[in-house]
Design a protein around this ligand. Structure first.
Ligand SMILES: [Zn+2]
Length: 170
């Protein structure tokens, strides 16, 4: 995982360059290229064992049902939201766009990267999740993870405190 993070950092460099510029979100072609690169890198990562995608992949790609009776019904019902393709799991979207399902760990890396990368004023949790989903990735705990990330980010907390500080006597 350490190697993963450091490689991500290098790839995210153009995003950090953006931070030094004005806060207005500016998506340069350089950042775009880096983001595409980052996406390709995440796409190429094997999904770890024990990942939430595993049971759906086993069912959709190999046609194997879970052993436990109570799991079978759930998997068959929930699996309709996904499709398996080239050994990977995708979440079906109504507009024919599908999102590659990644592990929660990979998702959190992606969030952290986008959070500090986009703008000096860190992206809110909703913006973050929107960006991640639009970029073509999905994992079930994305919103929770984004909320948690914003809550545990020192810069974000500092900023929130400034806003809520009562105005000094005028
Ligand atoms: Zn932040």
């Amino acid at each position: 995982m350490g190697r993963f993070i450091s490689r991500l950092c290098k790839r995210a460099l153009p995003f950090f360059k953006l931070m030094k510029k004005k806060c207005l979100f500016e998506w340069t072609s350089e950042a775009d290229a880096a983001f595409e690169d980052l996406k390709r890198y995440l796409m190429s990562l094997p999904v770890m064992a024990g990942c939430w995608t595993e049971e759906f992949k086993v069912y959709l790609l190999r046609g194997t049902l879970p052993e436990k009776e109570e799991d079978i019904e759930r998997i068959v019902r929930e699996a309709t939201a996904y499709c398996g393709q080239d050994g990977e799991l995708y979440l079906r979207r109504p507009n024919d766009v599908s999102q590659r399902c990644i592990s929660e760990e990979q998702g959190r890396e992606l969030l952290a990267d986008i959070h500090v990368g986009g703008c000096r004023r860190h992206s809110s949790s909703c913006t973050l999740v929107g960006k991640v989903f639009r970029s073509g990735f999905y994992w079930p705990t994305a919103l929770n993870d984004a909320t948690e990330l914003v809550r545990s980010c020192e810069a974000c907390q500092f900023h929130a405190k400034q806003i809520h500080q009562p105005a000094q006597g005028v």
